[in-house]
Design a binder for this molecule. Structure first.
Ligand code: TXA
Ligand code: MG
Length: 328
């Protein structure tokens, strides 16, 4: 594992994760790797730091943040756990699962981070760098994906640098992430609901619960998105996107999946394959990096081959649909 500081000179002997913890304590903004995507961290108890975080990302303040903690004990100090939440935490933490729960009575999270909701989104990340930072810092850390709001999520430190250089205090480089797609978000309500498909497939969660997950009620939040996966345009490259293509128009860039035996492929401006062998785990890990790469190829349109809607494919297709949605 390489851990490197790219935007800050640190005192001799200070480790990267200690520098990250110090910067968080000082109210600074620190980008760091999690197993899903890079997050942009701030002290969850510091309203001023959180204000700066929303500004750095250009994120609307009605869109609440995920609170990252080191373990279940810290999570229980933040939110009220019911049987569903305990079962899911036990099965999937640390890992790419976020639970939306009622705030606890002594919840240390600033109201600004939860956009005034009486619930909080909580996650215990598995990445060793994220875990070391949480341990050194000692408190809860809010961390949205470390990209400009609405843009493609970052899976390398270079992606963070290209979106946020000059807007944040520190980037901790832990190499490319493993999962490549954000955490699955479950609302632990009376009937548990899938709020955002992500790094843990729906079927794995339903197996632990012993029943199917509800889909969120779009009216429930009075017009406010419950998860930014529910904002229409998100994860968006600059290029236009055309999904589920069976043939290619001259000059389009191709985002392929599996065998590239579609017609017109020889006229493509650029071709990148999410997974030549059709593996959904590999495709998820490659998705955001491929979108960024095709965007810089200069093609005006990215044509995307169909990806099966099973397992991690549900999250991949969700991100592709948001990336393709009309902007603004
Ligand atoms: O994998 C991940 O979850 C990454 C890494 C960095 O941990 N984080 C991430 O954060 O994806 P962000 O801000 O890009 O997405 C957080 C999502 C948003 O869609 C937000 O609406 C939702 O979590 N969310 C936060 N608090 C919520 C709440 N109380 N109720 C419902 N949704 C909530
Ligand atoms: Mg995001």
């Amino acid at each position: 594992m390489t851990v490197d500081l790219t935007t800050q000179i640190r005192p001799a002997g200070e480790t990267a994760t200690a520098a990250a913890a110090r910067t968080l304590r000082d109210g600074g903004l620190v980008a760091f790797p999690t197993e899903t995507v890079y997050g942009l961290g701030a002290d969850a108890a510091n309203a001023e730091a959180i204000t700066r975080l929303y500004q750095a990302k250009g994120r609307p303040a009605f869109n609440p943040l995920i609170v990252h903690v080191g373990d279940l004990a810290a999570a229980k100090r933040t939110a009220r756990f019911n049987a569903t939440a305990l079962a899911l935490a036990d099965a999937f933490w640390p890992g790419p699962l976020t639970l939306v729960l009622p705030k606890g009575t002594r919840c240390p999270v600033a109201d600004l981070a939860t956009a005034g909701l009486d619930t909080v989104a909580l996650r215990v990340p598995a990445h060793p760098v994220a875990r070391a930072i949480l341990r050194d810092f000692g408190g809860a850390v809010v961390a949205p994906s470390a990209n400009l709001s609405g843009h493609v999520s970052p899976t390398t430190a270079a992606h963070v640098q290209s979106d946020l250089a000059g807007r944040i205090d520190l980037i901790v480089d832990g190499g490319p992430v493993e999962v490549g797609i954000e955490s699955t978000i479950i609302g632990c309500f009376d009937r548990p609901a899938l709020l955002r498909p992500g790094g843990i497939p729906r079927a794995d969660i339903e197996r632990v619960l012993g029943h199917t997950l509800a889909s969120p009620d779009p009216g429930a939040a009075a017009g406010r998105p419950l998860a930014s996966g529910m904002l229409d345009s998100h994860y968006a490259p600059r290029a236009r996107m055309r999904l589920n293509v069976a043939n290619l128009t001259r000059g389009e860039a191709l985002l392929a999946f599996g065998r590239t035996d579609l017609s017109g492929v020889d006229t493509a401006a650029a071709v990148i394959n999410l997974s030549e062998c059709g593996d959904l785990k590999e495709a998820a890990a490659n998705l955001f990096g491929c979108l960024r790469a095709l965007d810089t190829s200069g093609a005006r349109t990215i044509a995307v081959m169909p990806v099966p809607d099973e397992g991690l494919g549900e999250a991949i297709n969700d991100r592709l649909r948001r990336a393709a949605a009309p902007k603004g």
